[in-house]
Design a protein around this ligand. Structure first.
Ligand SMILES: *Cc1c(COP(=O)(O)O)cnc(C)c1O
Length: 430
């Protein structure tokens, strides 16, 4: 399997090179050269397979030239060591809980898979790779945890000082070892700008191999397709066509779900639910893609004005708006609607949804109101305690703090303050 650049101006590369490069030299996203459907028997018998077997068979074709079968199995057993339950919400709705991993964000799977792959590729070489990542909160914790102690990989995380929650800050500043946190006097956009500058700084790149750990990287993006297969395995018994609603920011998660569909997974439709950042809902309506600066919301992990993976989605449907529309609807919701949804989910079944999951719920309800007789699954992408203030404010209750989070609460934060790109560069060259 090769990977080509969606900008069409760079050589095809192996999985290994795509993971190490992150983005193609022409600044395009890498895309697999083929997606071969899995045999129908795989889906007919999926309920008899373990999650490890499902994941192995689903991702094998994308990585097989660069990971031996035993290496892939070993990686998957480390990555998938927690549950992915579909929890019933009502008769025709379930929520796929993706927050049972070490940092309680769905990004744990992708971050760990990418970390294990990079660790494997840098074994027996003397070439260190530096992962440089900007975070508005959740990515940083998942990346820090996933890469902790991986040999041959240094991780530098930039976050906006004072703009991430205390829990999120502790998750990325208390680990030590190969993880360094830099707190930037500025916004998330400032952090991201510094990271982009570094990736284009030729003088810097002569001294080090830099890669990113966001969902642009194929090793973080593709493993997310497992979620949809795990959900299908559980929801198949409902005997109805399945609709997935995915709370979306950079659209990596939903795009991976669409790869699962291309692998042959039976699914009726996908809903991309967004907060006020409505670039894609607008595009679906008008056909014009008009990126804009992001707007701050209570579902802040989705505050993205120019979703990086949407080009992959369009490509999956041959850039044909008509074809895309048959499989994708997209709706945007306000913070008030999100809080109302959290209240009504709680009132109906005492289920506590986080604000991102609640946006997914709203998208699902909007679609199924016009398409009854389906089984709807919305993805719950973070544990509600990660957005404690929003949950307390909307529901007037405090969810229990789970052990994964309690573990970091007592630890001391270590972060180096920086104000400019020059300081970042000096730190990287140290
Ligand atoms: C990152 C994130 C999202 C958005 O996922 P994308 O793949 O970027 O669309 C949604 N919810 C939470 C909690 C996240 O951390």
């Amino acid at each position: 399997m090769n990977y080509y650049s969606l900008n069409g101006n760079a050589p095809k590369v192996s999985f290994k090179a795509a993971v190490i490069n992150g983005i193609a030299p022409d600044r395009g996203l890498y895309f697999p050269s083929e997606i071969d459907p899995l045999p129908a028997t795989f889906f007919d018998t999926i309920e008899t397979l373990s999650n490890h077997e499902i994941a192995f068979r689903a991702i094998h074709q994308f990585v097989k030239e660069d990971l031996t079968d035993s290496a892939l199995k070993e990686i998957l057993s480390q990555v998938l060591d927690f549950d992915f339950p579909v929890v019933p919400i009502d008769d025709s709705t379930g929520t796929l809980e993706l927050f049972h991993g070490p940092t309680m964000a769905f990004k744990d799977v992708g971050a760990r898979f990418m970390a294990q792959c990079l660790g494997y590729f840098s074994k027996n070489t003397r070439n260190e790779v530096t992962v440089l990542v900007a975070t508005s909160g959740d990515t940083g914790g998942a990346v820090a945890n996933g890469f902790l102690g991986v040999e041959g990989v240094q991780v530098v995380i930039l976050y906006p000082d004072g703009k991430v929650s205390d829990i999120q800050e502790r998750q990325l500043t208390t680990l030590g070892q190969n993880i360094t946190a830099l707190k930037v006097a500025g916004t998330f956009d400032d952090c991201q700008k510094m990271v982009k500058t570094a990736f284009l700084d030729e003088a810097l790149l002569e001294h080090m191999k830099l890669t990113s750990a966001n969902s642009i990287n194929v090793a973080r993006w593709l493993p997310q397709l497992f979620y949809f297969l795990f959900a299908y395995k559980q929801a198949k018994k409902e005997g109805k066509e399945i609709v997935f609603s995915v709370p979306s920011g950079n659209f990596g998660n939903i795009c991976a779900g669409m790869v699962a569909y291309k692998l042959g997974m039976p699914v009726k439709h996908f809903v991309a639910a967004t907060n006020a950042n409505d670039t894609v809902p607008k595009f679906m309506k008008t056909g014009a893609y008009e990126p804009k600066p992001s707007t701050a919301t209570i579902s802040n992990a989705m505050d993205v004005g120019d979703p990086s993976n949407f080009v992959r989605i369009r490509h999956l449907f041959q850039n044909d708006h008509g074809l895309l529309e048959q499989m994708l609807s997209s709706y945007s919701f306000t913070d008030d609607q999100t809080r109302e949804a959290m209240k009504s989910i709680y009132k109906n079944g005492e289920y506590i949804a986080d604000p991102h999951g609640a946006v997914g719920y709203l998208g699902l309800k909007k679609y199924v109101s016009e398409h009854p007789n389906t089984y709807g699954i919305f993805l719950e992408t973070a544990h509600p305690v990660k957005f404690l203030d929003v949950v307390e404010d909307a529901l007037g209750i405090s969810p229990d703090i789970p052990p994964q989070i309690q573990k970091v609460l007592g630890k001391e934060k270590h972060a180096k303050p920086i104000v400019s790109y020059d300081e970042l560069k000096a730190h990287l060259l140290e």
